[in-house]
Design a protein. Sequence first.
Length: 570
Amino acid sequence: MTRRTKNNIALIISFLLLAACSSYLTADTASQDSFKQVAAGEFALALPEPNAAKAVARILSDGGNAIDGAVTAAFTLAVTFPEAGNIGGGGFLLMQMNGQAHFLDYRETAPAAASRDMYLEPDGSVNPRNSLIGVRAAGVPGTVAGLWEAHQKFGTKPWAELIEPAINLARAGFEVSPQIAAEYAENAEWLGSEVNFAEHFSGLQSGGLFKQSDLADTLERIAKDGPADFYEGKTAKLIVAKMKKEGGLLSAADLANYRPVWRAPLVANWRGYQVVSAPPPSSGGFAVIHLLTMRDILDEQFVGVTHNSAGYVHMIAEMEKRVFADRAEYFGDPDFVDLPMRRIMEKDYIARRALEVDPEAISATEGVKPGLESPNTTHFSIVDRWGNAVSNSYTLNWSYGSGVVVDGAGFLLNNEMDDFSTKPGIPNIYGVIGGKANEIQPNKRMLSSMSPSLVLKDNQVEAVLGAMGGSTIFTSVFQVIMNLFDFEMNAKQAVEAGRFHHQLLPKDLITMSVNQPLPEEVQTELRQLGYRVEPHAFVFGDVQLVARRNGKLTAASDPRGIGLAIVSQP
């Protein structure tokens, strides 16, 4: 991720204020402080915020299934985790329901009035703030439509009942965590006076109870009328009024025409397991599967290589280089771009890419080409008592999205337009380069790195996981899978372990966990190989994991965040 403005740096610094805070609990215990041990149980979940985790546990305890829990999770996080939880954004929902894997794409789309060069200045340059802040940064939100679609197909409890916890927390207020309070000032500075973020969210900085009456009213309408309110009713009218007032592109027709899309998930056989992950317009599933497959093709090179040693970091970085090169060249919305998925997922192709890796030296960045010829996301993981699972990642993109709050409706709009390639060769806020396949087009879905993933064994869920962190998402997911299956860590150890990241560009840069850096001797060895080794610009990862260990469900919420993992007592 590049540091392109003073305000951008300020926002990045805010992420460093997140303290490690994670608990493990049983659903039938009253005091959070007494929740200490992960227990075997009938259901398990890991969420990035405690109020939402408790709300989901109540739904599951009362007989709700994984999709019921997901609806409650997503709406509650829109209240209690507003930097990423949302109804003004979109995402991907991967599920294993009744023994079958399904994938629902409710990613945002570009407004019909959007155009390829909409963020270019007259001289052809790009002002990065234009695609990040204000009403023109927002894509058409998909969250409400996506949750409704999933509930209509698989939900068992009444829709309104599932939204009730979110309404109550918005109306009565929730206790602001010290971490969120500490972040407020830096986010407000980054977003500036051109948006109304501070007007609506300044109450976060003082801690205590934070109430959101406009949002409560909006949620009550959605509970009563479903997506009809959000896309054609009163809430839709409030969104369009905001757009007209401030020169945005999103129209009433954009909202009325939005539809989530069911897609076939990516599935790969790996070590006797099935890895199931996100298809395009996410690059995450492709990346996770490529990294896992390359790791095994290079198995002999990993013999005797210890966890997070210099040799391990170097080999993974070389693999990641090639994943990011292919991502930049080939990936975009499959409804707009002819993606070479069959060819790029063939094992022979992945093997050829793996064999380009030199275990002793860095590949020249300029020499890593596409292989074919010619913070701010949030995630939750849930497993219900019937073995159904949800792995859901959704986002506003950057923390608090575009900073635009819909007046009278109380929710933030995303800044997902920055996930398009605003100009070939120009990095987005995460420093990721894009190409023609991901250029802006009307009604197109922007490319994503979100990687909701499942690992199955004989059709039984063995792991459910995903992460936040932009371009670091799929590298984090891959490393946690390695921690579980290569290094035989338990769930808590797997998410706590230090992580690192490399994404082709910036050249030869390896970044590492801010609060858990690589050992000094490892950093020294990597520098001797020619790498630059630095702390990452923000606390990345925040993995939410449910895993089956020795036949029993366990769960862990990443201590880099403020989340909570819950496993019920049988």
